[in-house]
Design a protein around this ligand. Sequence first.
Ligand code: MEV
Length: 325
Amino acid sequence: MKKVTVSSPGKLMLYGEHAVVYGHPCIVTAIDQRMFLSAEKNDSGVFELNAPDVNVSNYSKPVSKIGNGEMPKGAQFVEIALKNVIRDKKISINGLKITTNSEFKSTFGFGSSSAATVCTVKALSELYSLGLSKKEIFDLAFKTVLEIQGKGSGFDVAAAIYGGTLYFVTGGKKIEELGLESLPLIIGYSGIKADTVTLIDKVSEKFKNNKKRLDEIYGEIEIIVENAKRALISKNFKQAGKLMNDNQTLLKELGVSIKKLDDMIESSLKAGAYGEKLSGAGGGDCMIALGPENKVLQIKKAIEKAGGQILEVMANAQGVRIEKL
Ligand code: MEV
């Protein structure tokens, strides 16, 4: 095989952000906006990357230098993933041309870096007949993300691989597909770009003299996640919404919400949503809401009135897949 195109979905955190970095569970859903990656083997001796969504065009270096020396920020996840697969699986590459294209902006917080990492590992698995299992793809992609970011639970990597809606424990200790049929989420984008590692550090700093309360909060979030898992499986969206509100109260105490997200949340609650919360690290990105079907339009309008942008995205999407051989 000379060329392959693969794709993987973006994600939205439903419950349990921050706590999941420290050994607790979370629930994440894959969304139907995808990252596409085409990889082509050749004999050029060169690795070449085009990733227009992250401003990388015609970046190239000798294959022997993959993972070493200078690399543009936008090339890091693909290049370090390549290095890790080459080393771990002991493959030799004569030349490789990779192009990525995303259906969503990297500023939404949908996990474009993790999706690109997962696509890279999957594409190599196909091109070099490695037959990697989902868990092997997870381990290689998560190792890559940790190498670059230093921190993170890997929930976004799991969503990109497994798809659907997952119950996930730190580092992939548990990855359970909930098998939901539908998930009527409303998504509002704040227009503000957030940086995950900065927010993880912000929480540690805020609670550096009160570890006891921080542990209590993470314990309370864990209970919310367990209850939310049951509520979602039994399609009790009213209860699932209430649990989002409870989770949001704790996220506010962690100090990761911001006024814009609070305004969007408050306004959708007034419009009749069952519940809502920020999704992800906080500090910007998106909020999510669950509401009765007959109130969806009012809820969307309310979010827009508070300055948010509605993203028409479906939850529970398919995980990484081959698009074209
Ligand atoms: C960021 O989207 C969610 C965090 O829990 C980080 C992570 O789990 O990797 C803050």
